[in-house]
Design a protein around this ligand. Structure first.
Ligand SMILES: [Zn+2]
Ligand SMILES: [Zn+2]
Length: 277
């Protein structure tokens, strides 16, 4: 299997501020990022990526602090490496996402994400897309939002942010004026068209987060470039308001209506079209 070095080509690690490591998967178009947040006493790993290359050796090379794994939600690209930490670190997730984490995913769902059109670099040698599997994991504890995680010199508040997923969580570091916005807010196309998305809840989440903007300097999103200016939250909140108020789509795709804004777009279910099977 080899050591962490063998898979350095799949992950790209940066340290956007001291104690915060962004672990990105840059060769897949989603450019998902997990975050390792290290305090003076403890550390949190926010999400575990796609599960394409071993993550735990990389994390253990970055910190030896007691680690908790907190999953923002159970979409495949955020839980892929969770099984590597089962039994050694507590695994935390919102109760509404726990069933998906428990059941895991197999190739019938995962293989389609690894076609050549999705990749800009080689997959790790040990990963076979035709047999891609994310093992189910039993969470250690269930979250609802409102919890605080004390890392020593840093406290993270868990925020319940439904919309993109029913049990989506974000992490707020008030002391350092940063929000780990996960899949609530990132540059690029916001996925609000997939099964399980609640657009009205997404609107409420963004309206609530927009109130935090004066207390924030930056966002650390789960996809694409980082950090983002906190003002994105207000812009996205206004964008979803406009869509729900009847804004005309800029493009009608078969799977989604596309609404374009400055620096991001929002995909919502097609207003017309065949009913889902
Ligand atoms: Zn997601
Ligand atoms: Zn995502």
């Amino acid at each position: 299997m080899g050591g962490a070095g063998e898979h350095e080509g799949w992950f790209r690690v940066s340290e956007p501020e001291p104690g915060v490591f962004a672990i990105e998967e840059p060769h897949h178009f989603e450019r998902v990022a997990s975050y390792l947040i290290v305090g003076s006493e403890r550390a949190v790993l926010l999400d575990t990526g796609m599960g394409v290359a071993p993550l735990r050796p990389l994390v253990e090379a970055l910190t030896d602090k007691p680690l908790r794994v907190l999953l923002s939600h159970a979409h495949f690209d955020h839980i892929g490496g969770t099984h590597e930490f089962a039994g050694s670190s507590p695994i935390l997730i919102h109760e509404l996402e726990a069933p998906k984490l428990r059941s895991g995913l197999g190739p019938e769902y995962l293989t389609k994400f690894y076609g050549p059109e999705s990749l800009s670099g080689p997959l790790p040698a040990g990963f076979d897309p035709e047999n891609a599997t994310i093992p189910g994991v039993e969470p250690t504890a269930l979250l609802r939002g409102g919890e605080s995680i004390d890392l020593g010199d840093r406290v993270l508040d868990v925020l319940f942010c439904p919309g993109h997923a029913a049990g989506l969580l974000a992490l707020l570091d008030r002391g350092r004026r940063a929000l780990y916005s996960t899949d609530v807010a990132y540059a690029g196309a916001l996925y609000a068209h997939l099964p399980g998305v609640d657009l009205a809840a997404y609107r409420e989440t963004l309206a609530t987060l927009a109130h935090l903007v004066p207390d924030l300097d930056r966002l650390y999103p789960a996809h694409n470039q980082r950090p983002l200016p906190a003002a994105y939250l207000s812009q996205m909140s206004r964008a979803i308001d406009a869509i729900l108020a009847g804004r005309a789509a800029d493009e009608a795709r078969s799977d989604a209506d596309v609404h374009r804004f400055d620096g991001f777009s929002v995909l919502v279910p097609p207003s017309t079209g065949a009913a889902e099977a």
